[in-house]
Design a protein around this ligand. Structure first.
Ligand SMILES: [Cu+2]
Length: 151
């Protein structure tokens, strides 16, 4: 193996890694992400939500319908500008677009009893892994094809 050949190989490998990391770390344009609709029916009772954990993706359209089975309960999510309050027999709902990835605390916004501070849940916004993997695979294929054709 001569030096010129291995140098070329190294350069190609570096280019491949550069492209791969570029596609991994570039911010994803919101309109490219397939938007999903979620309808969560949440039952609130002293002192828990059912369900208490929600999983969505950035850009998803989320509707939360809050129903109370006993006293007045509320629902807030950190980082989101809304507050729901539902009386028994009178559900309240809100529709919003999920934002940045992360795990956000969901809490009751109405003092509903002595364990009210423990009435919490989780709103998880995850990245669209499937989309990322497909993009990465396609770009690697494209780069591989270019490199192969140039030889
Ligand atoms: Cu409550």
């Amino acid at each position: 193996m001569n030096l010129r050949f291995s140098g070329k190989r190294l350069w190609q490998g570096g280019l491949l890694i550069l492209f791969a990391s570029l596609f991994l770390f570039l911010p994803l344009p919101a309109q490219v992400t397939p938007r999903t609709e979620h309808l969560f029916l949440v039952e609130a009772s002293q002192f828990a939500y059912a369900p208490a954990t929600f999983q969505v993706h950035p850009g998803d359209r989320v509707t939360i319908e809050l129903r109370s089975t006993d006293v007045v309960h509320g629902l807030e999510i950190d980082g989101y500008d809304f507050s729901l309050a539902a009386e028994p027999g009178q559900p309240a709902s809100i529709t919003f677009i999920a934002g940045k990835p992360g795990t956000y605390q969901m809490r009751c916004s109405v003092t509903c009893g002595n364990l009210h501070p423990f009435m919490i849940g989780k709103f998880k916004v995850g990245t669209n892994l499937l989309y990322w993997r497909a993009t990465l695979l396609m770009s690697l294929l494209a780069v591989g094809l270019v490199v192969w054709k140039r030889q």
